[in-house]
Design a protein around this ligand. Sequence first.
Ligand SMILES: [Zn+2]
Length: 317
Amino acid sequence: MSSSVAVLGFDVGGQSVKAALVDGDGAMLEHCSAGTGRATDAVALVETLASLRRRLVGEHRVAERVGIGIAGVLDRSGTLRGAPNLPLLTGQPLESLLGRGLGGSVVVRNDADCAALAEGWGGAAAGREDFMLVTLGTGVGSGLVLGGRIRRGSSGYGCEFGHMIVDYEGRRCGCGNRGCLEAYVSETAARQQRDEWESSLASAVDEHVAAHGGGVAEALFDLGSGGNGEAEQVAGRMVDLLGSAIASAINLLDLTTIVLGGGIAPGFLARIERLRAAVAASLFARPVADIELLAASRGPWAGAIGAARAAITSDVR
Ligand SMILES: [Zn+2]
């Protein structure tokens, strides 16, 4: 049995719920997960969370308040406002529903915000008061920490780095707007753009995916690193675009630390010099030497670990 009180954190995504039991220093003591799906409603979610809690608690002394990160936007009242992969939970007053269902106090936060908290709690951004986590995967997520606290804006809808407009007449984004960053530098974007590539590149990517698994963006980055010039050209443009968007965020918020995580982040980090050059090209009145671009270090359980952190540090509404 742990001598200190442990905290439970959950990360609720469109396909799975991850659960972590974390000690007061942010070390993960236990973890497990269960599947979810589009049919998940509040009743089913409470059952899943309760069953994961039973599996993890065991002999540990566990704090009554739990933290929950979820793939969606929450307003200030704890109601889920935008969660495309969890439609039956959208519009639900999640914080009070889950609190009642689990019989205790819960703190519900956006999953990328939770992942950012984890990176600041013994992760890549440990010791930094101000930083932004950018998660690059199916979409582009972000969590902004200023003065050591998550900043979600006046209504709770921020910070959506992936939906910054980089071309106002550009590609249609999954959010409905045109020209969002996410429509250019995500796995979804790479899949959509595949049809526009030279047929030699498209077939090389298809063959790579068939042979190695993974997504289109990962294949593109791997092929580029392996000497395929066409792949490297497309990959390089993605890197340049991300770099200029990062510079915009830095210019707006005066950040000096950006943490990159998510499934396709390694492809960008493998081109770190090009990424830094793209940031440098768009920085306003400051040298790129001021800026650190770091690899996220908390791994796939970051959201659950950060949710536990939110439970520790957040005031209950
Ligand atoms: Zn968008």
